[in-house]
Write a protein that binds this ligand. Structure first.
Ligand code: ASP
Length: 439
């Protein structure tokens, strides 16, 4: 059995948290490869070391004073080392980092030092090998991740290491310079390592016991999701449910390796298991509800639109030419509505309207702003009758006016458009009808 364990920033924010992580790793011999993040927040008002590194670099590389902030960074690591009673001194590393900051080695280099230093500490603490991610994770000159080269090199390197720590978040470009994934990218590193060693499981340890059916800021104490498929997760993550980096599923998905989201502070909780597919019956008809505000709709009306071949293409071409991606496109006989992100659309509004007039000579174009989209996702919906009916009667009872409905062709989700102001009420109503009523 081989497991890759990734620990997020809050799981490694202090010596106390490091000890919890150490206990978890030592409790299971299969936890052989460890991917740490940089130290995160110890409490709500604390700072993430990654943010301190960016700020410190911005000052140091432009000749501004940076001493104070650099001391805060050193202090964070030294406190962890002392708390763990390690015989380790990072002064040499700190000096080298300082020199490289002044020499403007790059913002990515700066940010990556958070994981790099935490990786060194972790490897000492566990007695595992330390493998610098710059030697095994590769990007091209433009910063595109090179998955196959990385997979081959990493597999080869790890075949010589029984137990190792590989820092998350970064790798190297062909010229040796450091490049990072986007924020939260240690999740991706964990997934890449899991793929390379054909892990049985990728455990992602964080500060929540997995995914919840919906956002706890919208519904009090939502129930946890026990099992979710990659596809369901994609739908929910796209709509704003964030626990795992969006791109982290791709490497493990190729190998069919499940991901288990676990809570470092509650190691006995089973967390959420993310799988390719499963026969396990979901406990509720729906798996999750997520949503986002800030959309607007463009409704185009033209008599006999339905018989005009190429109408849709011409309209979408206008959006493409203006560089705007669309979210949904429900249509009627003489109408077609396009949903877009308000922030992306605003600056091009008039150019799009003019473009549509020129392209298809519509009878009218109407805009509506401040809309929210809610995705109700669940593999169980396929075989359950009346799901849409239940959603709409719940919304009607809650006095929410539905602006749009779109059932994905996979029968995995139903997307509902409502006014921004109705967003919270709508999510709560849907939660209640499927979860509270079924408990
Ligand atoms: N430390 C990085 C960040 O704060 C990467 C990560 O934690 O995954 O975004």
């Amino acid at each position: 059995m081989k497991k890759v364990v990734k620990f997020g920033g809050s799981s490694l924010a202090s010596a106390k948290q490091f000890k919890k992580a150490g206990d978890i790793i030592r409790a299971d011999r299969a936890r052989r490869y460890v991917v740490p993040s940089a130290p995160g927040k110890r409490n709500k008002n604390d700072e993430k070391v990654t943010d301190l590194l960016y700020a410190c670099y911005d000052a140091a590389s432009t000749g501004a004073p940076y001493g104070k902030i650099f001391s805060r960074i050193k202090e964070r690591y030294n406190q962890i080392i002392e708390g763990l009673e390690l015989n380790l001194n990072l002064d040499f590393e700190f000096d080298r980092i300082e020199k490289n900051f002044i020499a403007a080695a790059g913002r990515d280099y700066a940010a990556s030092r958070g994981e790099y230093l935490n990786g060194i500490i972790m490897s000492h603490y566990l007695g595992y090998d330390f493998i610098d991610a710059a030697d095994v994770i590769f990007f091209d000159e433009n910063g595109t991740f090179l998955s196959e080269k990385t997979n081959a090199e990493l597999a080869e390197r790890l075949s010589h290491s029984e137990r190792a720590v590989i820092p998350g978040f970064y790798g190297a470009k062909p010229d040796g310079s450091i490049h990072t994934f986007s924020r939260g990218g240690s999740d991706i590193t964990g997934s890449i390592v899991a793929r390379a060693i054909h892990a049985d499981l990728y455990e992602n340890w964080t500060d929540v016991s997995g995914f919840l059916v919906t956002d706890p800021r919208l519904v009090e104490n939502p129930v946890p999701i026990e099992t979710i498929t990659y596809k369901e997760l994609r739908e929910l993550a796209y709509m704003g449910a964030s626990v795992l980096h969006e791109d982290a599923i791709f490497p493990v998905r190729r190998e069919g390796i499940p991901i288990n989201i676990r809570n470092t502070n509650r190691p006995d909780d089973p967390g959420t298991l993310i799988v390719e597919s499963t026969c396990r019956k979901p406990r509720y008809v729906i798996t999750g509800i997520a949503g986002k505000k800030g959309f607007c709709s463009i409704t185009i009306e033209k008599a006999m639109m339905n018989s005009e071949i190429g109408f849709g293409r011409k309209v979408l071409d206008v959006f493409e030419k203006n560089g705007i991606s669309f979210e949904h496109m429900p249509s009627g006989i003489d109408t077609m509505t396009i949903f877009v992100h308000q922030s992306e659309f605003q600056d091009y509004e008039q150019s799009v309207i003019a473009g549509i007039h020129r392209a298809v000579q519509p009878d009218s174009i109407e805009l509506e702003s401040d809309l929210a989209l809610i995705a109700v996702v669940g593999r169980g919906m396929k075989s359950a009758r009346g799901t849409a009916g239940r959603i709409f009667s719940a919304l009607a009872h809650a006095r929410v006016n539905v602006k749009m409905i779109d059932q994905g062709s996979s029968e995995l989700n139903i997307i509902i458009g409502v006014k921004n102001d109705d967003f919270e009420t709508a999510v709560r109503a849907i939660y209640d009808i499927f979860i509270t009523a079924d408990r």
